[in-house]
Design a protein around this ligand. Structure first.
Ligand code: HEC
Ligand code: HEC
Ligand code: HEC
Ligand code: HEC
Ligand code: HEC
Length: 213
């Protein structure tokens, strides 16, 4: 890019000159501020589409009613993980109304009575090419749920599900921070985050086929 001819910028007619560079600096700062705002505030909003879960659900209420996590999130006999609960874990109580909340009304009318499974959206869902085993981490390594999932187990409501419009990944994989910074172990779960812990705990990031089968 060539610099503009001084005559065209009118600098000769303006011997003091300071005005021009002041404007340039001002435009530069305004431009920088606008692009930072776009990159850090607007872009993430455009990049992710938000949707609500089918209805609200409180872990706090259910921890009281049920008592433990395993009634709903358990290992099957073959060692595989059941993951999010099916209606079977709910009907025992919800065949009869437990309260008067709107969330429970939707749940009972649209799912329990119609014997339809709830299409839960999975915050932590990895792409299909990734192999993950709860047994290795929870039973093998004795890890707590919160180490990877944060405080969902103690939450009173389910946050909206956010999906990356380009990759289709859940936002919980990349994390809230668009720059990819993390403070807590559960803030993001990219390939590097799995690998970092494997290196720390087992001395190596492991071969590709450990996580990609
Ligand atoms: C009464 C059944 C029930 C009990 C008990 C229960 N949960 Fe849940 N859990 C659910 C439902 C329903 C969801 C919503 C599914 C979703 O996130 O899409 C959920 C979601 C989760 C998720 C998020 C999974 C994801 O990535 O979307 C985590 C983590 C979780 N529960 C942990 C726990 C922990 C820890 C406990 C024990 C303190 C617990 N849950 C007890 C029913 C239960
Ligand atoms: C041990 C009994 C029990 C089981 C099992 C159970 N619930 Fe509940 N559920 C309750 C009670 C008690 C309430 C509180 C009702 C109130 O006071 O409004 C509740 C409330 C709810 C509500 C209203 C919002 C909230 O969380 O307070 C929803 C929705 C709900 N349950 C869905 C489910 C689903 C889905 C499952 C299965 C994964 C399930 N429940 C399993 C007892 C149970
Ligand atoms: C080492 C990290 C780690 C730990 C510890 C962990 N999880 Fe997960 N969890 C994941 C990952 C990663 C996924 C997504 C797996 C996938 O998409 O293949 C997941 C998925 C889930 C799901 C949704 C599964 C589905 O598809 O239905 C639930 C529910 C869940 N975890 C609950 C728990 C609970 C409860 C505990 C504690 C007993 C726990 N997790 C411990 C990493 C972990
Ligand atoms: C905070 C630590 C930690 C994180 C995060 C973590 N892992 Fe692990 N992972 C472990 C440990 C420890 C083991 C060894 C468990 C054992 O003793 O068998 C393991 C084992 C495994 C295994 C081997 C299971 C087997 O028996 O073949 C796979 C596959 C795996 N992890 C995948 C993943 C993936 C995928 C992620 C990220 C989504 C992940 N892990 C995140 C700690 C972690
Ligand atoms: C410890 C588990 C782990 C190991 C080992 C691992 N990966 Fe991954 N990989 C993941 C996870 C989790 C993702 C999804 C999240 C992401 O994109 O970071 C992923 C994503 C990818 C993707 C992007 C796929 C897509 O659909 O976007 C590629 C390509 C890939 N891995 C290649 C490799 C190669 C090549 C190796 C060996 C050098 C390897 N991976 C080793 C866990 C692992």
């Amino acid at each position: 890019m060539s610099l503009p001819d001084e005559k065209q910028t009118g600098r000769e007619q303006n011997p003091k000159g300071g005005g021009d560079s002041g404007w340039v600096a001002l435009f530069f700062i305004a431009g920088l501020a606008a692009s930072l705002a776009f990159g850090w505030i607007v872009f993430p909003k455009l990049l992710y589409s938000k949707s609500e879960q089918p209805f609200q659900f409180s872990h706090v209420t259910h921890a009281d009613a049920v008592g433990d996590c395993e009634s709903c999130h358990f290992f099957r006999e073959d060692g595989s993980y059941a993951g999010v609960p099916t209606l079977e874990q709910c009907i025992e109580c919800h065949e009869e109304a437990q309260g008067e909340s709107e969330a429970e009304r939707i749940f009972v009318e649209e799912y329990v009575e119609q014997e339809k499974e709830v299409p839960w959206k999975i915050y932590s869902e990895q792409p299909d090419c990734v192999f993950f085993s709860h047994a290795a981490h929870v039973k093998g390594a004795g890890m707590e749920c919160a180490e990877c999932h944060g405080d969902i187990g103690e939450s009173e409501s389910l946050k909206p599900y956010e999906e990356n419009r380009i990759t289709g990944y859940s936002r919980d994989i990349w994390g809230k921070s668009i720059g990819g910074f993390k403070k807590n172990s559960w803030d993001r779960m990219k390939m590097d985050d799995c690998g970092e812990c494997h290196k720390r705990e087992m001395g190596s990031k492991g071969p590709c086929f450990q996580c990609h089968k």
